[in-house]
Write a protein that binds this ligand. Sequence first.
Ligand code: SF4
Length: 408
Amino acid sequence: MHLRSDEVCVGRLAAPATNHARRTKRWVGGCSSQLLLIGCTQRQYHPHMEAAAAHLYDDAPRVIIWEMTRACALACRHCRAEAIPHRNPEELSTTEAFALVDSIARCGNPIVVFTGGDPLMRDDIYKIIEHATERGLRIAVSPSATGRLRDSSLLELARAGCERISLSLDAADAEIHDNFRGVKGSFERTLAGYRSAREHGISVQINTTIARFNHLDVDGIAEMLAELDIALWSVFFLVPTGRAELSEVLDAAETEEVFRKLYRLESRLPFGIKTTEAPHYRRYRSQRIASMPPRERPATIEPPWQRVPAVGDGKGFVFISHIGEISPSGFLPYVCGNVRDADLLDVYRHHPVMQRLRRPETFGGKCGVCEFRELCGGSRSRAYTMTGDAFAAEPSCVHKPIAIAEAV
Ligand code: SF4
């Protein structure tokens, strides 16, 4: 397809948006529909964007996280799960885990992450992964950097069919990282685990928790990661739940500054960057790309996860706890059902909390009227943990929506 100099590919959501732009002769910008938000006024884009985006995540979750256990030998300062040294006898049994895998397989072709605690604390993890891969699922595992993260464990994970592991690195400096993770030697163990995983053909994602202790060293962390052969850098913006303290959470201006650094790094790093619990990074990218001269705007090079509305709590994303509770996120403590007596897909589709989380027009505060609400919608977990209301405005966003600016 040849595009005029003022046209670009607009991706999956944008067929109606493209027609609209052509009709109104307005610039669409970029290769994702999000940029239409910039080229059009709020009133013009709404009928098209919302019709296209509203039902994208209604049918099934795209990302399913199962907390296999809360047991973990680390003592991370921010631990969501408030991990404990030993397994809870109430955890899902192996038989129940197989049944859960079967119900996940009925959700289509989601990305499935086995997390913890430390998933390697379960001896049946390899059997469960084998069962999942036999069902055609793509499995990623999120092990902790403990003595269990041995070469032999990674070989077993690879043999069972694990495609990717995610490892945590929160600082370029070993001492700062170990201090955050609560165990000396965690940094070196992480790198050893990374090397073994790559030797056994498992791709590696690095997770970095961004908080007040390390937000000024984003460039240093990126520089360290650039030396590694990793598939993706997942940058998690701290949500103050579990052991994480409110004082560690970045404010809106600090968050925006980290966005600025990530955006600059995107074109320089040999791997993709994704944010977690920061959907407003999509808003930031849209604004930056829209501000470029037309010839410099990326046409088709955006990574796929930037072309559609952010997956968020209950919106394309679901969490199952170690005792089978189904929640919109591990950071949002609404228990919407339990896999022991409810169907995962049914709960995801029909529970009123899940449904409302997919309807940003029902949110309160500025997120509910924001022109980026479909694309972003804010972190519902951070809204909940910082205001007590999961549907309130995202506290860490600097953006002033057009509707609010025009009303002043
Ligand atoms: S105001 Fe809310 S919906 Fe709008 S960009 Fe910020 S976080 Fe996203």
